[in-house]
Design a protein. Structure first.
Length: 150
């Protein structure tokens, strides 16, 4: 028996933009269903927001997301920040998304795309435990912990 877990991100109004961005970074296909698609009258505020969103790629990348009803202002729900201080990662965020790749070249491509308009917490570089490790918080407030596994 096997199971699969998929990170599900809860956004404040910009799930469509975030999921489209992740699809542009990782490839694959995007499924976006709005509240109107599931019966909310189209003229109501928020009917165009995402109630079910998924990005799935052949390379194994999967992420889900939706817009919290009535929330706006963009970004990931829960907020918070992550930073490096005295060689330690300090955060009040509830989660990070871990991204692992077999090679530094492959990881560098994903990193470069995610880094556009991101806050770099720790630059992607060799570390004591990996040929490449870095952390960033993307433009949607999601913090990614990226590393080379091989």
């Amino acid at each position: 028996m096997s199971i699969q877990t998929t990170t599900h991100l809860n956004f404040r109004g910009d799930a469509r933009q975030a999921l489209d961005f992740y699809q542009s970074v990782f490839g694959g296909h995007t499924v976006l269903n709005t509240y109107a698609d599931f019966g909310m009258p189209a003229e109501l505020p928020g009917a165009d927001k995402i109630v079910f969103g998924l990005v799935a790629a052949d390379n194994g990348f999967r992420v889900m997301g939706y817009d919290i009803p009535g929330q706006s202002g963009g970004g990931l729900a829960g907020g918070g920040s992550t930073r490096r201080e005295n060689s330690t990662t300090v955060t009040d965020q509830a989660l990070f998304v871990s991204l692992a790749s077999a090679t530094l070249d492959e990881l560098q491509g994903y990193w470069d795309a995610l880094a556009v308009d991101a806050v770099i917490v720790e630059p992607l570089a060799a570390s004591a435990w990996s040929a490449g490790f870095g952390m960033l918080t993307d433009r949607f407030g999601v913090t990614w912990s990226a590393s080379v596994t091989a």
